[in-house]
Design a protein. Structure first.
Lengths: 167, 246
């Protein structure tokens, strides 16, 4: 390679790596803010501010949904299988909302420990399957979502919490 | 290897070889996209939760793949042009950018259409969606820079630099769903075929992805050929070609 070209190649690669470092540091500094939502672990640890608009995410706990038959009021528990937070909401829920479904709720954390939600979004997971397969899985006693992945995720969260309590 | 690269430098050689490759890529694109679309949209089973709205994946995922691949191609052709001054690389970059922008728009739009029934919102400032929007702006920036200079060489160099620096966004898009909590779910489709999707849903998606790539290659070859003719219009071989065509 001619020296001039070599110099240009190094300049180009240097420029790209400088930009990569800058972006990397920015993202590292903002890492907590880039998360779309707080997990119940973070809320239990007191990371989320009170009475300010926040987003919280997790799974709707099985058997926790309580609807008021006379209105659109609904209460449910969001869990990450380690900690839980109760949510109060009044409005129309997305079609995918159900027990065991991932959700993101937008609302304010009250001092009593529950979230007063303005909006509830369903969070879809990456598992796609035909209804027959999901029925067969359920008949065999498995939840449709990938069991292995869920177990690994829970283990990671427990680790995170232990890490958080050390700080 | 070097002989091949040296040949690639010649627009005339590229013009000749691409004429032979072009029909194959067009045929592959047509067959794959038609097969994949009919299979995916009509015959693949519905999803257990999303019902039929999951079929948007057959457009969304291939478009999102291409949007990212094309930007990486822009960065690579930009580097090749900057360092080795290979004109063909710059011509390819010129014609690829609008297609990449279109694919990014399709990915964002189809994602929003899917988001309304699935999430309950069409937009959320989560890391995946935001980084994809930044990709669209980067594409628009690359295209705008090409038009912003009177000298083509300056324009090409500015667009190449932006493509090379902007490529940092690509790993951010790809890993955003793993690094942070996002509304967007992690990847369903992987080439290694981890079982997030059964075969009868995965196979038509694979066909669609391959079809989109063939379409991209065919369109890029075709548009690069016309770019060659446009830029080399004063060269003897082009004038001879034009005389023959008459």
């Amino acid at each position: 390679m001619r020296p001039k070209r070599k110099q240009k190649l190094f300049m180009a690669l240097g420029l790209v790596s400088l930009a990569a470092i800058a972006v990397g540091l920015t993202l590292y500094a903002l890492r907590a803010n880039i998360n779309l939502f707080f997990s119940p672990i973070q809320i239990a640890a007191g990371d989320a501010p009170y009475e300010r608009q926040i987003r919280a995410g997790g799974m709707v706990k099985e058997g926790s949904v309580a609807r008021n038959p006379d209105s659109l009021d609904v209460e449910f528990t969001v869990t990450d299988y380690v900690e839980e937070v109760r949510v109060h909401y009044s409005g129309i829920l997305p079609d995918l909302f159900r027990e065991g479904q991932g959700v993101v709720v937008v609302g304010q954390l009250q001092r009593d420990g529950f979230i007063k939600a303005d909006q509830v979004l369903a969070r879809h997971d990456e598992n796609y399957m035909p209804p027959e397969v999901s029925e067969a899985l359920e008949a065999a006693g498995y939840s449709p979502a990938d069991y292995q992945a869920k177990a690994a995720e829970v283990a990671k969260r427990v680790e995170e919490r232990e890490g958080a309590s050390q700080n | 290897m070097w002989a091949f690269i040296n040949k690639l430098r010649s627009p005339k050689w590229f013009y000749a070889i691409s004429a032979r490759l072009l029909p194959w890529f067009w045929a592959a694109a047509l067959i794959l996209i038609v097969t994949g679309a009919i299979w995916g949209l009509l015959f693949a089973p519905a999803d257990y939760q999303q019902g039929n709205s999951f079929r948007i994946i057959y457009v969304h995922v291939p478009a999102a793949f291409l949007a990212q691949s094309i930007f990486v191609s822009l960065a690579v052709t930009g580097l090749v042009f900057m360092v080795w001054k290979i004109k063909i690389a710059d011509m390819a970059a010129t014609v690829m950018a609008p297609l990449g922008a279109a694919m990014t728009f399709i990915a964002l739009f189809s994602g929003a259409v899917w988001g309304v029934p699935t999430w309950g919102t069409w937009w959320m400032w989560d890391a995946r969606l935001t980084s994809m929007l930044i990709l669209l702006f980067l594409y628009l920036g690359v295209i705008a820079l090409r038009g912003a200079f009177t000298s083509r060489d300056s324009a090409s160099r500015a667009a190449s630099v932006l493509a090379m620096v902007g490529v940092i966004n690509i790993p951010i898009i790809k890993y955003s769903v793993d690094w942070w909590y996002t509304l967007h779910q992690p990847a369903t489709f992987t080439v290694t075929g981890r079982a997030a999707m059964p075969m009868e849903m995965w196979l038509p998606l694979l066909i669609m992805v391959l079809g989109f790539y063939s379409f991209f290659i065919a369109l890029t070859l075709m548009r690069t050929r016309s770019e060659i003719l446009r830029r080399e219009a004063s060269k003897r071989w082009v004038r001879e070609l034009a005389a023959e065509a008459k």
